[in-house]
Design a protein around this ligand. Structure first.
Ligand SMILES: NC(=O)c1ccc[n+]([C@@H]2O[C@H](COP(=O)([O-])OP(=O)(O)OC[C@H]3O[C@@H](n4cnc5c(N)ncnc54)[C@H](OP(=O)(O)O)[C@@H]3O)[C@@H](O)[C@H]2O)c1
Length: 348
């Protein structure tokens, strides 16, 4: 077993890391780190556990340590570091871990757009892993930072991948309905979100647009199609839904788009990685699916669910609805799948 540290282990995404890594065949959590509010406490005392299954036994009694390489090293010799830190603190901290020789798999936005840092949604662009070699050369460190996209960009790019491969993309318009848990804990105040929709999420539209182009580009150059995003917070707990409108490069009717999505598998499926869902893109044919409550756990929360694929006469292409679990596929699950891919390719 490889030993893992989770930075930001007490937060919304950190808890999902702890839960998904419990019983994982390759990685086990042996260090948990968080802010000074939590250090010195047992994990079970520090984490306000909000997952309906109990805290995994092997993690419950761990002492929470500082988010510093020294504090982690003094606790356990770990092989991989998962970061679920807020962007404001992640930047420097992740660099210090990479400099100390650790491979950091991060959910934070701090390094996503660095030209030498892979921004990987594994079924879509795991070929970007080669940026690690350039990163190590440039920054003269033996560790590395690998990031996964923002939750809504992860859901979007996975659903677009079969269309991109078969028909090319000229432009996309996307409108999101994003769950409350996307804002972390305690997130949006209940008095703001109950019985309400908030048509603004700071920096989210820019992230969706820029990250989508980086993911679909070559490792050294972003893609050149056009993306326009409008992002909205809605009163669901987990699961981001997105209405997507695509103008493909080559003519694509709804049936051929559905066929491309249904047959799509990526490298993680071909390699048989433990967290890879059998079907990364699941298509529902009912007129009223996907639905957040019914479909967000498809593929253990690692698949995205597409429905209502139909002609779009404005962009002369197709439009559809996609749903993905924001803290699983859109965060910790995607990070774990990236780590599995790094191990399969001997970067870990
Ligand atoms: N939620 C999502 O759906 C989602 C999806 C994709 C990516 N992300 C990204 O994942 C990261 C974590 O998000 P989250 O939703 O889990 O946030 P969160 O619930 O607010 O958790 C933040 C975690 O970071 C720790 N932390 C906060 N300030 C710190 C500091 N100054 N020093 C050390 N540790 C500190 C907290 O520790 P304490 O408990 O000790 O305060 C907690 O463990 C963010 O970068 C976010 O943008 C989130």
């Amino acid at each position: 077993m490889m030993k893992a540290a989770v930075l930001g282990a007490t937060g919304s995404v950190g808890q999902i890391f702890v839960q998904l890594l419990s019983g994982h065949p390759w990685f086990e959590v042996s260090v948990v780190a968080a802010s000074e509010r939590s250090t010195g406490l047992k994990y079970s005392e520090a984490a306000k556990w909000r997952i309906p299954t109990p805290i995994p036994k092997n993690v419950s009694d761990l002492d929470v340590v500082d988010i510093e390489p020294k504090a982690v090293k003094n606790t356990e010799d770990v092989d991989v570091v998962f970061s679920a830190l807020p962007a404001e603190v992640a930047g420097k901290v992740e660099e210090s871990f990479a400099e100390a020789g650790y491979v950091v798999v991060s959910n934070a936005s701090s390094h996503r757009m660095d030209p030498d840092v892979p921004l990987m949604n594994p079924e879509v662009n795991c070929n970007h892993v080669c940026l690690i070699d350039e990163q190590r050369r440039r920054r003269k460190w033996s560790g590395a930072i690998v990031t996964n996209p923002n939750c809504s960009a992860t859901v979007l790019t996975l659903s677009l991948k079969p269309i991109h491969d078969e028909f090319g993309i000229e432009r996309i318009i996307v409108s999101t309905m994003q769950a409350i848990s996307g804002a972390g804990y305690p997130g949006v105040a209940s008095l703001d979100i109950v019985d309400n929709v908030i048509p603004f999420i700071r920096n989210e539209e820019e992230k969706m647009q820029n990250e989508t182009l980086k993911v679909f580009g070559s490792p050294s150059k972003p893609a050149e199609f056009k993306v326009s995003a409008s992002c909205h917070r809605v009163p669901t707990l987990d699961g981001h839904m997105e209405a997507v409108f695509v103008e493909p490069k080559r003519e694509a009717d709804p049936e051929s788009v559905v066929a491309a999505m249904e047959k799509f598998v990526g490298e993680p499926q071909k390699l048989g990685l433990p967290t890879a869902p059998a079907k990364p893109v699941v298509v529902r044919r009912e007129e009223d699916r996907p639905q957040t409550r019914l479909d967000r756990m498809e593929g253990g929360g690692m698949s995205v669910v597409v429905g209502r694929v139909r002609k779009d006469l404005t962009l002369m292409g197709v439009k559809y609805v996609v749903l993905g679990h924001n803290t699983i596929r859109g965060a910790a699950g995607c990070g774990i799948l990236n780590a599995e891919y790094l191990k399969a390719k001997k970067y870990l």
